[in-house]
Design a protein around this ligand. Structure first.
Ligand code: HEM
Length: 464
C-alpha cells in the first residue's frame, strides 16, 4: 500500500504579510506560498518584485547553472551566516571562492572517499552496538545520528585527535543558529542590523566561542609537526598556484567552521528521517536489510560494496526528496529580471523552496508517496527538479562524502539492527537552517536474528 509520510505544509493561498512573518519566525520553510503549485514563480503582493519564490526547473537552471554570477548568495545568507562563517567556502564569492573551491574539492574526491570509508563506517558500527545495548529502552535516533556524523567529520577535518573538542564547537554553532529565524525575517524586510532580537547576546558569545577554539587549534597546528592526513593539514599546506598565497589563520577558521557545520548536521538530519521512514515501512526495511546481507555477507561495509548497495542508496535519495536537509536556498537578483511574467527588481530576494519543488506535481508522480523504486528506475530527474545538494558551480562540495556516509552508515546499522517505532505519533518537520524532526525522534532497536554474527554485534573496520 502507498505510504505518505508526514509533510511540511506550505503557506495557504492568499496569505498576507502577518502570516508570512509568523511562519518565517516559527518554521521558515512553511512560508513558501501554495500559489507555487499553480504558477511556479510567485511574488506575494505584500513584497511584489522584492521577494520572489521560484519553483520552476527552467528558471532554476538559469539561476544556478547558466547565470550564477547574476544570482549570487543574497542578503539572507550574508546577514545570517557571514558573522560566524565569514569567507568560508559557503559564502566566498568570485575569485576568492574559485580558489578555495579548487583547494577543497580534491579532499572530497572519490579516491579520498575510498581511503576514508573505514573512518566513516566505524562510528556507525559503534552506534549499532549502542542501539542494541539499549535493550527495551527507546533510543534518541536524532542524537545518535548527530553523534555518528560528528565523529566522521571530526576524523576527516581534524584527524580525530583530541587537540580539539568538536562537540563543544558544535554546541556553539547550534547556539549561534538558534535565533536565526529572526535574522532571516529582518534581512527580508530590510530591518537595520542594529535592531536587537531574542537570543542575540547568547548568539554573539557562541560565535566568539566557536571561532576562538578553532583559532587556537589552527595556530597550534601551524606551529607544530603536521603528520595527520586530515583536511586541516592539507589546507595548511595548500597554496594558490597562480599567486602562491596560502590560507591565513582567519581563512582556516572560516573554512574549518564552514566544513564542520555544513558537513555534519545535514547528513545527521537525513539519516534521522531515514530511520523514521524505516520504522514506518517494515517491508522496505527488510528489503534493504536483505540487500545489505547479500552484498556484505555480514562483513564491514567496504568501498567495493558501495556500487552494489543500490536499494540503500535509492532509499537515501528518496528520503532526501521528501525531507531535503537544506529545504530552502536563497539568492539575490543582481539586476532586474522577468521570470515567467513576474517582474523581479534588482536586489530582490529569490527564494528557492527545495522541499516544495521535490513534491511538485508538475515534476513528480504521486509526489507525497514514498517510492523506493523512484531512484532505481532508469533516468534521473533533471538537476533542478531534484536538488538536495543544490546545483551548478556552487553545488555541495561534500555531496559524494555525504552520499557515501549515509549509504555506508545506514547499511552498517541495518546489518545488526531492526528499527521499530517507539510510542508517539509522527515527528513534526521543523526548519532551523536544516530540516529536522522537532524534538527527539525516538526509535526501538531489535537485534536482527539469523545473521552472519550470532551476537549481532558489528565489527569495527580497521582504518586503511
Ligand atoms: C546530506 C548531506 C548534505 C546536504 C543535503 C548538503 C546540502 C548542500 C547544499 C544544498 C548546498 C548548496 C547551497 C547553496 O547553493 O546555497 C551545499 C553547499 C556546501 N556544502 Fe553541503 N550538504 C551536505 C553535506 C555536506 C558535507 C558532508 C560537507 C563537507 C564536509 C558539505 C559542505 C558544503 C560546502 C562547503 C558547501 C559550499 C560549497 C560552495 O559554495 O562551493 N556539505 N550543501
Amino acid at each position: 500500500m502507498d505510504f505518505e509520510p508526514v509533510k511540511l505544509h506550505e503557506m495557504p493561498k492568499g496569505s498576507g504579510r502577518a502570516t508570512f512573518i509568523r511562519r518565517l519566525l516559527t518554521n521558515p520553510a512553511t512560508a513558501a506560498p501554495a500559489e507555487l503549485y499553480d504558477t511556479r514563480v510567485f511574488s506575494p503582493k505584500f513584497a511584489a518584485g522584492k521577494l520572489v519564490y521560484v519553483a520552476d526547473a527552467a528558471h532554476l537552471e538559469t539561476i544556478f547553472v547558466e547565470r550564477p554570477d547574476d544570482f549570487p548568495k543574497g542578503r539572507i545568507d550574508q546577514r545570517v551566516l557571514r558573522p560566524i562563517f565569514n569567507d568560508g567556502l559557503l559564502l566566498a564569492e568570485g575569485g576568492d571562492w574559485r580558489w578555495k573551491r579548487r583547494l577543497t574539492a580534491p579532499v572530497f574526491s572519490p579516491a579520498a572517499m575510498k581511503r576514508f570509508l573505514p573512518d566513516i563506517v566505524a562510528p556507525f558500527a559503534a552506534t549499532a552496538n549502542a542501539f542494541l545495548a539499549a535493550g527495551d529502552r527507546p533510543i534518541d535516533a536524532s542524537g545518535a545520528m548527530k553523534s555518528a556524523t560528528l565523529q566522521v567529520i571530526d576524523r576527516l577535518l581534524f584527524g580525530g585527535e583530541r587537540e580539539i573538542d568538536p562537540d563543544a564547537i558544535m554546541t556553539h554553532v547550534e547556539d549561534y543558529l538558534a535565533p536565526t529565524s529572526w535574522m532571516v525575517a529582518y534581512a527580508l524586510f530590510g530591518v537595520p542590523q542594529a535592531m536587537p532580537f531574542p537570543g542575540q547576546k547568547r548568539q554573539s558569545r557562541a560565535k566568539i566561542g566557536a571561532r576562538d577554539m578553532l583559532d587556537h587549534f589552527v595556530k597550534k597546528r601551524r606551529a607544530g609537526p603536521r603528520e595527520a592526513d586530515d583536511l586541516t593539514n592539507r589546507l595548511l599546506a595548500a597554496s594558490d598556484p597562480e599567486t602562491g598565497r596560502g590560507l591565513s589563520d582567519t581563512d582556516m577558521v572560516d573554512m574549518l567552521l564552514t566544513l564542520q557545520s555544513a558537513g555534519h548536521e545535514t547528513s545527521a538530519n537525513a539519516l534521522t528521517w531515514a530511520l523514521y521512514l524505516l520504522t514506518r515501512m517494515p517491508a522496505v526495511q527488510e528489503r534493504l536489510a536483505a540487500e545489505v546481507d547479500a552484498v556484505t555477507a555480514g562483513e564491514p561495509v567496504t568501498h567495493d560494496h558501495m556500487p552494489r548497495l543500490l536499494a540503500v542508496r535509492a532509499f537515501i535519495e528518496e528520503t532526501m526528496r521528501l525531507y531535503p536537509p537544506a529545504p530552502s536556498l536563497s539568492r539575490m537578483a543582481r539586476k532586474a529580471e522577468n521570470l515567467s511574467g513576474v517582474a523581479v527588481e534588482a536586489g530582490a530576494a529569490v527564494l528557492v523552496p527545495v522541499h516544495l519543488i521535490h513534491r511538485h506535481p508538475d515534476y513528480w508522480e504521486r509526489p507525497d508517496v514514498f517510492d523506493l523504486d523512484r531512484f532505481l528506475r532508469p533516468g534521473r530527474p533533471p538537476r533542478t527538479v531534484y536538488m538536495p545538494f543544490g546545483a551548478g558551480p556552487k553545488i555541495c562540495v561534500g555531496a559524494q562524502l555525504a552520499l557515501s556516509e549515509m549509504t555506508a552508515g545506514l547499511a552498517t546499522l541495518l546489518q545488526a539492527v531492526r528499527f521499530e517505532p517507539a510510542t508517539g505519533g509522527d515527528p513534526r518537520p521543523l526548519h532551523r537552517v536544516t530540516l529536522r524532526p522537532a524534538g527527539d525522534l525516538m526509535v526501538m532497536a531489535e537485534p536482527r536474528g539469523g545473521r552472519a554474527r550470532p551476537d549481532n554485534s558489528v565489527t569495527t573496520p580497521r582504518a586503511a
